[in-house]
Design a protein around this ligand. Structure first.
Ligand SMILES: [Zn+2]
Length: 145
């Protein structure tokens, strides 16, 4: 099985909600081996979950990996810890505060950590809405479990 080739394909599959990051960056891909790709949905309530699997299927088929299966693994559940450092940098560049349980959210506009949560419900079910108290800009943040 061409693990490196499959990983290269997955690195080009964008997250349907945040096209700036790939399913690899977000840690949705749990592993490649045994003739299949194992994925874990970011949030079980996320309407994008099914679309992510279809996107990966299409990308694998297009690259000639039709015999590679996709297995959804629900346990242990995905956490924001699985987002790669590169993925976190891309999220910040895209205007979404990367999750960091140890720190307050960092404002993507001015870098201030004087921020507050406005609503648990942001633009999608996976994100909460935050606001910077320095520059008053609202921004999205991944919900931490
Ligand atoms: Zn700010």
């Amino acid at each position: 099985m061409d693990t490196a080739g499959i990983l290269a394909v997955l690195a080009d599959v964008p997250d349907p909600e945040i096209p700036a990051v790939s399913v690899l960056d977000l840690g949705i891909v749990r592993g490649v081996g045994g003739g299949k790709v194992q994925i874990t949905p970011t949030y079980s309530g996320c309407p994008a979950t099914r679309f992510i699997e279809e996107s990966i299927r299409e990308a694998l088929d297009a690259a000639g990996y039709r015999d590679v299966g996709i297995e959804t693994v629900l346990s242990p559940p995905w956490t924001t810890d699985w987002i790669s450092d590169e993925g976190k940098a891309k999220l910040l560049a895209y205007g979404i505060a990367p999750p960091d349980l140890a720190k307050a959210a960092t404002c993507p506009q001015c870098g201030s950590t004087d921020t507050e949560e406005v609503s648990r419900f942001g633009s999608t079910p996976c994100k909460a809405q935050w606001r910077c108290t320095s520059c008053l800009e609202p921004f999205d943040r991944f919900k931490c479990h």
